[in-house]
Design a protein around this ligand. Structure first.
Ligand code: TYD
Length: 213
């Protein structure tokens, strides 16, 4: 059963690996808390006991290419349904603010475009598992070569091992999604200095809140 709700504020952060979106989400949470909002931060894949286990499977390097694109998508969707029902929808229902590091658009970009399953198919399957589409999606955009060199410092998970061409396809899918859904997407260029990116994100949040409240 789908846990739908119209309450609260639901904001997602998207971008390719190495875009710096997780740091930006934490800074955005601090900003919103300073405005007295009841904010939780969470992430995909993960956020619940079951979803964290699915995450371990999905990112396991030893599985290499042994996962079909459709199996991969269905695992992300299973994780998303649990996460939505257990964490996201209840907090929205309490009129809170949920900030989520990756959500449905990641599946559309990575599995729909990156793995070639098709954007429309993945968007319609996402519809089955989410409480609603986000009110605002902040896409932290970065050229794939810059993202790749930032990632160089850590050891890559199973998806990151796909390499730079995969990231290029995923990045352009995210940008395409921002054009398909301009009513909820805001694109922020990832700057060298994270404070500059954070200022841009804060301005977007200010404008969003001014319209919403
Ligand atoms: P994670 O370590 O969270 O990466 P990041 O810090 O960049 O968010 O790993 C998540 C990986 O899973 C990332 O490579 C993107 C991928 N992913 C998908 O392919 N589809 C999805 O639906 C989601 C949520 C993530």
């Amino acid at each position: 059963m789908k846990a739908e709700t119209n309450k609260g504020i639901f904001i997602t952060f998207e971008g390719i690996d190495g875009s710096g979106k997780s740091t930006q989400m934490e800074l955005a949470a601090e900003f919103l808390r300073s405005r007295e909002f009841d904010v939780i931060t969470t992430r995909e894949p993960g956020g619940t006991k079951l979803a964290e286990r699915i995450r371990n499977v999905l990112l396991d390097v030893s599985l290499g290419g042994c996962v079909t694109p459709m199996a991969e998508l269905l695992l992300y969707l299973a994780s998303r349904h649990q996460h939505s029902a257990e964490i996201i929808a209840p907090h929205l229902e309490r009129d809170g603010v949920v900030l989520c590091d990756r959500f449905a658009d990641s599946s559309t970009a990575y599995q729909g475009a990156g793995r070639g399953l098709g954007i429309e198919l993945v968007e319609s399957l996402n519809e089955l598992v989410i409480p609603r589409w986000p009110d605002l999606t902040i896409l932290i955009d970065i050229p794939e070569d810059k993202a790749f060199s930032r990632m160089g410092r850590r050891s890559p998970d199973r998806l990151e091992k796909e390499g730079i061409n995969f990231l290029r396809v995923v990045r352009s899918a995210f940008l395409e999604l921002s054009e398909r859904h301009p009513e909820r997407f805001a694109v922020v260029e990832s700057r060298e200095r994270l404070e500059e990116t954070a200022t841009h994100v804060r301005n977007i949040l200010e404008r969003f809140l001014a319209k919403k409240l």
